[in-house]
Design a protein around this ligand. Structure first.
Ligand code: FAD
Ligand code: SIN
Length: 527
């Protein structure tokens, strides 16, 4: 079946919904989302969204904190633009109905602090900010007459000249996007969606690793699609591990213990109950994430423990129960009373700093294709994202991309080509009934990445990962080429593509910077 709209959005998290609400004033919008519309990293965001709202803080300080966390390789212009635009985007979220907590005194926003921030500047809704943002945006999108949300529609590939029979390489000038092919997960039919402008807002790729805080939908689909379409990707070696996920091995994804808890006074401790961060950084438990995660990793290796502790008892019972109700209830459900017990924690893959390279308007290297949110790479994060700058980046870039996309859609684009775009050809494919081929390969991939391409890397580990990945890649391509497509198979293929890109970029990065840390580059001077 063929569908034609003005604006096609893939993803219904903060980035996709924010963009959709803006462009919907100028044309018909279709949002494709592979699961339930509310499912994605956005709804699990705990800490909040960073912005300078009052004179007690300054843009300069937030800019400086972002640059420092990014370890000197952020794009300064992008950082300045994003941070100066933040208050406008926050006011817009409030207009959409997001209920940020107020401080109970002068009706000002209650602000939290997290690692790497020199000030209290995190707007939040208790400890479940993302759920509140997703609720408000989704309700607004569902009310809008120009927006159609289609759930359980899995975007497989973006449509380019390649599908018109032309040879497309990464050197081909003017690669264009006409829309996407998407699998209807209920009927197994593959539909053709054509649009004047397409936005990828497909989120992260946490499931490349065994232990991740990200939901199961985070399989790097947008990045993999752009890779196959020969678009430009960047910075994928900078995989961010959150220092404090709850140690509860059977649980997937790993439950997050927000950094805001450290901002409120919780401290990291070893199994003897001793603080250890003084050995690593003067900012102690509130150092930027890359430093804290590496310190925990090192302490775990030294002690042979699978976890360490976060001690939140000093925060006080009332503040813990009222300020962190989700974490309090979660821990209690597995027998940990955080007002009395230390919380067992370990690092988990949390966020991908790199992705689809976009300019300041969210435009990718492929014409008529935009990207926003975690699947994109804007230059804001450099080598390591500052806490709570991700939701911010998503709303700022969704806004910028919308402005540009509205202007672009007003110029009729590729109308004469539409008739030539073929539908998906699934002839000769057989239904692969051996799910084990997919599930086993996925766990192998995740183990390889966790063990060889994790917080601490080396040339040999990266080489091993690459060799093992090659085998998995060949087997999966073979399966893909003869199988009727299913969501798990497509996701596995995308995860493999993302793993390949992470390893390739990690091998190319010959200095330890931000989240990329290799034992073989330890004694090298950083310029
Ligand atoms: P997501 O919200 O992940 O949405 C992706 C969407 O794309 C989903 O709707 C999914 O179904 C859809 N999709 C993906 N692939 C396909 C496909 N092939 N076809 C169709 N649809 C597809 N950041 C902060 O700034 N502050 C925080 O406090 C914070 N806390 C976090 C806590 C947790 C536990 C996690 C995991 C992340 C946190 N982050 C936080 C990071 C932040 O939440 C994410 O980076 C951000 O929400 C990503 O938004 P997004 O719109 O890009 O993607
Ligand atoms: C957290 O609440 O610790 C997560 C914040 C983030 O990922 O930005």
């Amino acid at each position: 079946m063929r569908h034609e709209v003005d604006f096609l959005v893939v993803g219904s998290g903060i980035a996709g919904l924010s963009f959709a609400l803006k462009v919907a004033e100028h044309g018909r919008v279709c949002i494709l989302t592979k699961g339930d519309a509310a499912e994605g990293s956005t709804r699990y965001a705990q800490g909040g969204i960073a912005a300078v709202m009052y004179d007690s803080d300054s843009f300069e300080q937030h800019i400086e904190d972002t640059l420092v966390a990014g370890d000197g390789i952020c794009d300064r212009e992008v950082v300045e633009m994003t941070i100066r635009e933040a208050p406008d985007r926050i006011r817009e979220l409030v207009r959409y109905g997001v209920d940020f907590d107020l401080d109970g005194k002068g009706g000002r926003f209650d602000l939290h602090r997290e690692g790497g921030h020199s000030e209290f500047r995190i707007l939040h809704h208790k400890d479940n900010t993302g759920e509140e943002i997703e609720r408000a945006l989704l309700e607004a999108a569902r009310r809008h007459p120009n927006i159609t949300i289609k759930e359980r529609q899995f975007a497989i590939d973006i449509i380019t000249q390649h599908h018109l029979g032309q040879r497309v390489t990464k050197h081909t000038p003017g690669i264009e996007c006409y829309g996407v092919y998407a699998l209807d997960c209920d009927t197994n039919r593959i539909d053709t969606y054509l649009a004047k402008v397409t936005l990828l807002a497909t989120g992260g790729m946490g499931n490349v690793y065994t232990t991740t805080t990200t939901p199961i939908i985070s399989t790097g689909d947008g990045v993999a699609m752009v890779h196959r379409a020969r678009g430009v990707l960047s910075d994928l070696e900078f995989t961010q591990f959150h220092p404090t996920s709850l140690y509860n091995p059977a649980e997937k994804p790993a439950f997050l213990i927000t950094e805001a808890m450290r901002g409120a006074g919780a401290v990291l401790k070893d199994r003897e109950g001793r603080e250890f961060m003084q050995k690593y950084d003067p900012r102690l438990s509130l150092a930027p994430r890359d430093i804290v995660a590496r310190a925990i990793d090192n302490e775990m290796k030294l002690s042979g423990m699978d976890y360490l502790y976060l001690d939140a008892r000093g925060i006080g019972k009332k503040h813990l129960i009222e300020g962190f109700p989700t974490i309090y209830a979660k821990c209690l459900s597995i027998g940990i009373d955080i007002t009395r017990d230390m919380i067992p924690i370990r690092p988990a893959m949390h966020y991908q700093c790199g992705g689809i390279k976009v300019d300041r308007h969210g435009e990718s290297s492929i014409r008529h294709l935009y990207a926003a949110g975690e699947c994109s790479c804007t230059g804001l994060h450099g080598g390591n994202r500052l806490a709570s700058n991700s939701l911010l980046e998503a709303v700022v870039y969704a806004h910028n991309a919308a402005q540009s996309a509205i202007a672009e859609a007003a110029r009729a684009v590729h109308g004469n080509l539409r008739g030539q775009i073929p539908d998906w050809n699934a002839e000769g494919m057989v239904l692969n009934e051996e799910m084990i081929l997919i599930t086993q390969t996925k766990s192998e991939l995740q183990e390889i990445m966790w063990n060889y391409v994790g917080i601490v890397r080396s040339d040999l580990r990266l080489q091993r990962a690459f060799d093992r990945l090659n085998l998995i890649f060949r087997e999966t391509e073979d399966l893909y080429n003869r199988s009727v497509l299913t969501e798990p198979l497509c996701e596995l293929r995308n995860l493999i593509a993302c793993a390949y890109l992470i390893i390739k970029m990690a091998r190319a990065r010959r200095e330890n910077v931000g989240l990329h840390y290799s034992l073989d580059l330890l004694n090298q001077d950083k310029d």
